[in-house]
Structures are given as C-alpha cells and as structure tokens.
Design a protein around this ligand. Sequence first.
Ligand SMILES: Nc1ncnc2c1ncn2[C@@H]1O[C@H](COP(=O)(O)OP(=O)(O)OP(=O)(O)O)[C@@H](O)[C@H]1O
Ligand SMILES: [Mg+2]
Length: 357
Amino acid sequence: MPHLLPIEVLRRCLSHARHGFTIADARKPDLPLVYVNQAFEAMTGYSRDELIGRNCRLMQGTDRKQAGVKTIRAAREAGQPVRVTLRNYRKDGTLFWSDLSLTPLIDAQGVLTHYIGVQEDVTHQRREQARILRHQRQLQVLAERLMRTEAEERLKLACEVHDQVVQTLALCRMQLGELTRDLGGAVAPPALGAVCALVETALKESRGLMAQLSPPLLRELGLAAALQNLGEQQAQRFGITVRVCVEIGHKSVPEKVAQLVLRSAREFLINVGKHAGAQSVAVGLKLKAGELVLTVDDNGKGVRTRRQVETADGGFGLLSIRERVVHMGGGLKVSSRVGKGTRVVLRLPLVQKRWKA
Ligand SMILES: Nc1ncnc2c1ncn2[C@@H]1O[C@H](COP(=O)(O)OP(=O)(O)OP(=O)(O)O)[C@@H](O)[C@H]1O
Ligand SMILES: [Mg+2]
C-alpha cells in the first residue's frame, strides 16, 4: 500500500500554490466548480463563494470566440488533457492572459469524475512577446529603409563620379590629344606620354569605382550575369579567386528577390575580402523546392563565435540582411569551422507570402 498523504496536507499544499488551481465536477450538469485555491481567487478577483457552483466560462465573459475555447471543447470530446492560453477577465473587467492546463480525472471504474485546472497569469509574458515582435518589425522596416537609402546614395555617388570626375578626365584626354597633334611630327616630351597614360588609368579607375558603387542594373543584365559581374569585381578588388555558378535556367526571378540576392552576395563577398583571409570563394545560386538558394563558401580562417555573426556586435551587414530575408519569408545560415572557412546560405522563396513593402 503506497504511503498516502493526509488530505489536510494536500489541501494546504493547494492553498499555498503559486498557480491558480480549480476542480470542476464532471458528473453534474454544466461542470460546476467545486474547489478553487487562494491563488485563483487572487488572480481573478472573485471570492471562493462567488465561484463555487459556477462554470469556469465565467472567466471569459462575452469573449467566447477564442481559439483556446474551441481547443478545450475538442479535447473534452476526445477525453484528452489540454493546455491553452485564454483571454480571461477579472471581476473588475480587466483582461488577463491565462495559461490553462485542463486534465480529466477518471476513477477506478473508468468514469470521468472531475476536471483539474491549473492556471498561470501570463499577461506579462504576452506583453513582452508583443513588445519584442513590435521591435522586430521596426528593425525589419529600418533594415529595408537602410538598404534602399544605401542603394540611392550609391547611385547618386556613381552619377557624381560620372558627371564630374569622368567628364573632367575625358576633357583632359581630349586636350592631351590636341596637344599631341599640335606637335606635328615632333617627338613628344616623355612627361606628356606619362600624363596621357595617367589620365587613361584614372579614367579606368573611375569607371571601376562607378561600377562598384552602382553595379550595372539587374534589369539590363539579369541576375546570373549581374552575379558573374559582381564576382569579377570583388575578385579584382580583393585579389582572390571567385567562382560563380548559377543554375537557375531561365527561371524568372521577381526583381525584389533578385535585388536582395545580389545585395546579399555583395555583402558576403565583401565580408570574405575583409574578414576571411581566404584565397578562394565559391558563389552558387540554385533553385530548391520553390526557393532560391545562394551559397557563398570561402576557404578562409572561419568565424570564431556564433555571436559574431548573429548580433550587431560583429557589424551591421549580416544583421540587416537577415532582417530583410526573414521579412521576405526566407532564412540566413552561417556555418563555419575555425581554420576551415565559412559557408553562408541564404534562402528566399520565389513566391512571397509575406511581402509588405
Ligand atoms: N566570411 C567570413 N569569414 C570570417 N569571418 C566572417 C565572415 N563573414 C563574417 N564574418 C564575421 O562576422 C562578423 C559580422 O559580419 P557583418 O557583415 O555583420 O559585419 P562587418 O562586416 O564586420 O561590418 P559591416 O558589414 O557592418 O561593415 C564580422 O565582423 C566578422 O567577424
Ligand atoms: Mg559585413
């Protein structure tokens, strides 16, 4: 015979419990409450006398169209225990969120006799969750705005370089050409040849700078060619080997998705150049289960801690891309082994369900 606790000890345990505790009689019509503990009285503002004999639905008042209420009904029909979160109302009408576990009690003859309810007030947690969600949404909007502003600024700078520096250099080249022609057949002084060469170099560098600031438009090139172009630029910029392999056939990619893929590839490649100390990097783009998958694999020194790539402590590049990608229903994963390189995988669904902007 197992050692049974005296009923008085059990009663005192329940009355001192931190959670609200209720017992409803399942053999009587409309499941009246037959026990409530002090925590439940404190949580709801109702006294024991006001609660005993009444059904627990009193807590929801007229707010009965809740998913949790439906779930409880289904669980009761199936004779199963259930755990739900409900909007409840105190006696004074104030709302509180309750995490409720409801368990059917079956006696030795297999008859359902009672329902045991354990409730916790989770209003604070719900508010915190809502606050975090709100902040996440704000962060996503900010990340998007930042990306847009950056693209606009880059385009503006590229135009300035084109309209001022490149134009001035082109004029210099013309003047130098005239000067050379004016010499007739005479031998040009060596300095003139050197200046001509320097102007050519400056022109080439300015055009390179323009392309870096604002890569040729996606619309003109298409995603595959724009990625190739980006690979070549970054290879030159950082002196590393960049292999680009695009396997998306002729699948048309929505411009928003293509822009984000290109923007992300650019950030990942710059990260390789800045942080990895790698000799080579492979960029892959393919389609998998309705998603575009961009992979950037380097053979550099790897990432030391997860925190580096998951928080703003490291920098803002990956964070802003992650926010944007999640906003568009995708995901970003960075895996790495110290000394063995880093792999960044970005997934973006081609059909966007959650686009807001
Ligand atoms: N390919 C990589 N190899 C090694 N470390 C990397 C690589 N990519 C990212 N990291 C690490 O992750 C951190 C976060 O990257 P992130 O792009 O968010 O910031 P950042 O490049 O430092 O700064 P920002 O992008 O804001 O200019 C980096 O500071 C770096 O330590
Ligand atoms: Mg970065």
